[in-house]
Design a protein around this ligand. Structure first.
Ligand code: FAD
Length: 322
């Protein structure tokens, strides 16, 4: 991933897409069809989520391998480490390597909801332990990403929450010193929070030039939007919330339409900040296609990626005709 980013021209934008493995075979088939269509938009890479504790280990690796091998997409497999047997982690990493996957998003994960097992049990207490382990076992084979939290990581129950990006900062430095190559952020709706975070991260000498990829969630429906913001502890600015008055909240089409414009504006704000260092945007797709395609096509920055992809496809077609 970082090699691909480095090979882009100075102001050339990119985007990446996150998918999760569906539970059923028919869900998986639908997703493959969608992936085929979404790959035509030209994502620089795709990522595949991992169920905490290894609950989706097989489905995640299968989907990641399909993306990498069958669809030819540069793929990043998420991997969480807490409360996960080392054998499960070894198997996933070995399979990824054998199938040509070169990118891992190394995460701690959360305890499975149906257990009372606390963090730290197992060999890996924090994401940094997984980053160190991957580097020790596989050298430079994998490009490693880690998570960052513009509004601070939220651990524990709501009462215990003490979100503060400054609190996480020394640990982010540790993750990068252990061998992480890039950071993908938790989703956010307040671009000013992201900008403050980027400045904070870059204030650390070890992180000054690190690749940071802001994570955005398309607004596909009012309830999903509210739920996602609660789960990720992302604040919603009042001016944004005011764009979804009660009379439209149950009208999914209108919410989506406004949501597309909200995201396009957020992307503009990210790219248009003075001395911008951000090259790409990561989308939490929730396996949905339409809003993402609208956002990308409507964004004056990301539509350049689609246009470039179209030219490449035309060239491929004409050279195969010859
Ligand atoms: P860490 O970096 O270990 O940090 C966790 C907490 O511990 C932070 O509060 C940090 O400040 C603190 N901390 C870190 N190191 C230390 C230390 N050495 N000593 C003391 N405290 C420390 N979850 C999934 O289950 N599956 C996924 O596929 C998935 N994908 C994600 C993708 C992205 C881009 C993001 C942002 C999150 C994702 N998550 C996923 C959620 C993630 O697993 C949780 O947020 C988890 O609670 C923290 O993971 P982490 O890797 O940030 O942990």
């Amino acid at each position: 991933i970082t090699d691909k980013i480095a090979s882009l021209k100075k102001d050339e934008p990119f985007f990446s897409l996150e998918f999760f493995p569906p539970k059923t075979d028919s869900g998986m088939r639908n997703l493959y069809a969608r992936l085929g269509r979404m790959s035509l938009l030209g994502p620089l890479f795709v990522t595949v989520t991992w169920g905490a504790g290894g609950t989706t280990a097989e489905k995640t690796t299968d989907l990641a391998v399909t993306c990498q091998q069958d669809l030819g997409l540069t793929t990043c497999m998420h991997l969480t480490c807490t409360n996960t047997p080392k054998a499960v982690i070894d198997e996933a990493l070995n399979k990824a390597k054998a199938c040509g996957i070169r990118n891992i998003l190394a995460l701690r994960g959360d305890p499975a909801r149906d257990t009372s097992v606390s963090h730290g049990i197992g060999e890996f207490g924090h994401a940094v332990d997984l980053v160190s382990y991957i580097r020790a076992q596989y050298g430079d084979y994998f490009c490693i990403g880690v998570a960052g939290y513009p509004e601070g990581h939220a651990d524990g129950s709501l009462e215990e929450l003490q979100q503060d990006p400054k609190k996480d900062l020394p640990y982010l430095v540790e993750k990068v010193k252990a061998g992480a190559d890039f950071i993908i952020t938790q989703l956010f709706f307040d671009v000013s929070k992201f900008i403050e975070y980027e400045d904070l991260v870059r204030s650390q000498p070890e992180l000054e030039n690190i690749t940071i990829i802001p994570g955005l969630l398309p607004i596909n429906g009012y309830n999903i939007f509210q739920r996602a913001s609660k789960l990720s502890h992302a604040s919603i600015p009042k001016a944004l919330l005011d764009q979804f008055p009660p009379e439209i909240q149950n009208d999914d089409d209108t919410v989506k339409e406004i949501g597309v414009d909200v995201l396009v504006k957020m992307i503009d704000q990210i790219y248009e900040r003075k001395d911008n260092h951000i090259k790409g945007i990561h989308f939490y797709t929730l396996n949905l296609e339409k809003s993402i395609a609208h956002i990308i096509n409507k964004s004056k920055y990301l539509s350049k990626v689609v246009a470039k992809k179209e030219v490449e496809l035309e060239q491929e077609e004409s050279s195969s005709d010859e």
